[in-house]
Design a binder for this molecule. Structure first.
Ligand SMILES: C[S@@+](CC[C@H](N)C(=O)[O-])C[C@H]1O[C@@H](n2cnc3c(N)ncnc32)[C@H](O)[C@@H]1O
Length: 310
């Protein structure tokens, strides 16, 4: 995993390191070792191919996991002392993933606002925020059509709707939303600056972009440059490596059980990295600082002081 997307299929190759047998245990048997590394890494380096791989991966995951009611696909978040958010018994199993959403979304007031979430996944965050923060409307969008169908069946709430769409081509007119939320998804996008342009286009002046994601070290400069060039003003940012790692620890046993139940054996190594289980490469990279997980709050400039804007 790393410079090419959320989960590089060949982690150490992408980082310029060496592969151990254990790291390759997900690879299909019979695929010649001498070419599987360069071939798959090359495929991940081509943005449209990378997008096509995510297009296949997430619907596959939804089909595998929907029977278990998996509502979140993020690495989660926990503080010290524990956040202890008051949750319903239905939300309790998803506490650590909910806390990531809570951390990101409460960077700006959302009550009575029109909210767009880009890459809503299985809709757990959309449902939780609609129930707890009382927005006027909440629209969840994702590239995964199977996930969007799941969301429509699972989360029936007044003011909440789900739309199939692409982060790089949002199907909404200009200045339509008061806030855009984006949690742990932008590493999948083939054109991150284009996504930022789309966010700025659909936000009203004074609207907020509430964002969290990660990148490996070799992509930090590119990430920073894209964010600095976006037509959005940074209000604050925070490195949340420690909090996300604690969240992974809370979810680790559950994730291991899901992997064992739903993925074929050759995909278990991949599943562990994807889920960030204790001891996985992602978990270790958070600890040793090779990966940076950050949250951000941006505002779209352009409202005059009389209107109470930034
Ligand atoms: C790691 S999951 C996070 C989902 C959700 N935000 C959560 O925290 O549970 C990444 C999500 O990004 C979505 N995604 C990937 N590429 C996308 C694109 N180009 N446009 C919209 N969504 C995309 C995937 O389908 C997936 O649901």
């Amino acid at each position: 995993m790393n410079q090419h997307g959320r989960l590089c299929l060949l982690p150490n190759f992408c980082k310029g390191g060496t592969h151990s047998g254990a790291e390759q245990d997900w690879l299909p048997p019979g695929f010649p070792r001498s070419w599987r590394v360069p071939v798959i890494d090359y495929l991940f380096s081509v943005a449209p191919v990378r997008k096509a791989i995510w297009r296949l991966w997430y619907p596959f995951l939804t089909r595998r996991l929907r029977g278990d009611g998996v509502l979140f696909l993020n690495y989660a978040f926990e503080e010290v002392p524990p956040m202890n958010l008051p949750l319903t018994s239905g939300d309790e199993p998803n506490r650590a993933c909910i806390q990531l959403y809570h951390h990101v979304a409460t960077q700006a007031p959302l009550a009575g606002k029109n909210i767009l979430e880009v890459s809503c996944g299985h809709g757990g965050g959309a449902s939780y925020l609609t129930r707890t923060l009382q927005p006027k409307s909440y629209t969840g969008l994702d590239l995964n059509p199977t996930g969007i169908s799941f969301c429509r069946e699972r989360h029936k709430l007044s003011g909440l709707e789900f739309v199939h769409g692409d982060a790089g081509n949002l199907p909404f007119g200009p200045e339509r939303f008061d806030a855009v939320i984006n949690v742990e998804a932008s590493h999948c996008y083939p054109d991150f600056p284009r996504f930022l342009g789309e966010v700025a286009r659909v936000l009203r002046p004074g609207g907020h972009f509430l964002y969290a994601d990660f990148r490996f070290r070799e992509r930090w400069d590119e990430w920073d440059a894209a964010l600095a060039a976006a037509p959005l003003k940074l209000q604050h940012t925070r490195n949340i490596n420690a909090e996300v790692r604690r969240g992974m620890e809370q979810n680790s046993a559950r994730s291991e059980a899901l992997i064992a139940r739903h993925l074929p054996k050759f995909l278990h190594g991949l599943g562990r990295d994807f889920a960030g289980t204790r001891g996985s490469r992602i978990y270790n990279a958070l600890a040793d600082g090779e990966l940076s997980y950050r949250s951000y709050c941006f505002v779209k400039p352009g409202v005059n002081a009389a209107a109470g804007a930034p």
